[in-house]
Design a protein around this ligand. Structure first.
Ligand code: FES
Length: 105
């Protein structure tokens, strides 16, 4: 589709924290990359509740728990799974290409 955003390299797959969250910078944005049993997912790193860095949170399976107020999100689609998080977090379409994690952003 003509209006799709381009794929951008963000990190080599081998540099990801296994089954954990890895922080990367993309321009001026901080992005959280999640390595999970069902693939790699990505979101904005800053929590949409109070701006804490989700990369400092606790990650288990497909759920990232914010380090500040313990709100939680499902990284597969961004939906909130635990209060005080109530709005979906911004997630990015993600793929692996030639050993690189790529996101549409
Ligand atoms: S800053 Fe993340 S739940 Fe409040």
């Amino acid at each position: 589709m003509a209006d799709e955003k381009p794929w951008k390299d963000v990190i080599e797959v081998t540099r990801l924290e296994k089954n954990w969250v890895t922080r990367v910078e993309l321009g001026s944005r901080l992005i959280a990359i999640y390595d999970t049993p069902s693939g790699v997912f990505a979101s904005l790193a800053l929590c949409n509740h109070g701006g804490a860095d989700l990369c400092d949170g606790y990650f288990d399976g497909h759920v990232i728990e914010c380090p500040l107020h313990q709100g939680a999100f499902d990284v597969r689609d961004g939906h909130p799974v635990s209060a005080p998080a109530t709005r979906p977090m911004k997630v990015f379409e993600t793929r692996i290409e030639n050993g690189m994690v790529q996101i549409r952003a």
